[in-house]
Design a protein around this ligand. Structure first.
Ligand SMILES: Nc1ncnc2c1ncn2[C@@H]1O[C@H](COP(=O)(O)OP(=O)(O)O)[C@@H](O)[C@H]1O
Ligand SMILES: O=C(O)C1=C[C@@H](OP(=O)(O)O)[C@@H](O)[C@H](O)C1
Ligand SMILES: [Mg+2]
Length: 177
């Protein structure tokens, strides 16, 4: 049984990457990392503050560096931010260094799960649902391009999502367990 590889979770805001990633790491006894949390730890400020002072470009540069530093690990579940796949080098690195799981759900579901918190500057607009739809249109092909496994989180609890991922990893489709 090979248990050395990393698992990278990608997908849009509100798909449940951070929540499912943490629970999956626990289920597998892997280390858990979250690229947004790592950026916040390194800078000492929250994500909206980084966007405010450095713009999205500054945030992407920090995100890129975190990916470079973290992918060297092993037995790690890494929850990425929804825009990580915009950078072709991130896509290449994630695909090369672990199993990539794309957590998928509708824009309506993303909206329902993100409406209450103000921690996502890209959704700080009059029409967050419309913004989520536009982002999905741009990014969906990129999520699919890097994904080894696509799992829906639409209208289901995180426990069920984690169980499905573990089962599919064990079935050997990806060679990680
Ligand atoms: N399957 C799910 N069912 C219900 N709520 C969920 C589910 N997955 C995540 N959530 C909730 O939605 C919000 C966003 O989840 P999060 O893990 O931060 O998503 P992401 O990291 O993909 O943006 C959190 O409040 C979380 O508790
Ligand atoms: O989709 C995006 O571009 C972003 C998603 C966020 O992470 P989550 O997907 O965990 O919400 C965070 O990285 C930042 O606000 C930008
Ligand atoms: Mg997250």
């Amino acid at each position: 049984m090979i248990r050395a590889q990393n698992i990278f979770i990608v997908g849009p805001m509100g798909a449940g990457k951070s929540t499912v990633g943490r629970q999956l790491a626990e289920a597998l006894s892997y280390t858990f990392k979250d690229s947004d949390q790592e950026i916040q730890r390194r800078t000492g400020v929250d994500i909206p503050t980084i966007f405010e002072f450095e713009g999205e470009a500054g945030f992407r540069a920090r995100e890129r560096q975190v990916i470079i530093d973290l992918i060297a690990g092993e037995r790690m579940v890494l929850a990425t931010g929804g825009g990580v796949i915009i950078d072709p080098e991130n896509r290449q690195d994630l695909a090369a260094r672990g199993v990539v799981i794309y957590l998928h759900c509708s824009a309506e579901q993303q909206h329902a799960r993100t409406a209450r918190d103000r921690n996502r500057p890209l959704l700080d607009t009059e029409e967050p649902l419309q913004r989520l739809r536009e982002l999905m249109e741009e990014r969906e092909p990129l999520y699919r391009q890097v994904a080894d496994m696509v799992v829906t989180t639409e209208k289901r609890g995180t426990g069920s999502v984690v169980k499905e991922i573990v089962r599919r990893l064990e079935e050997g489709a990806t060679g990680v367990l």
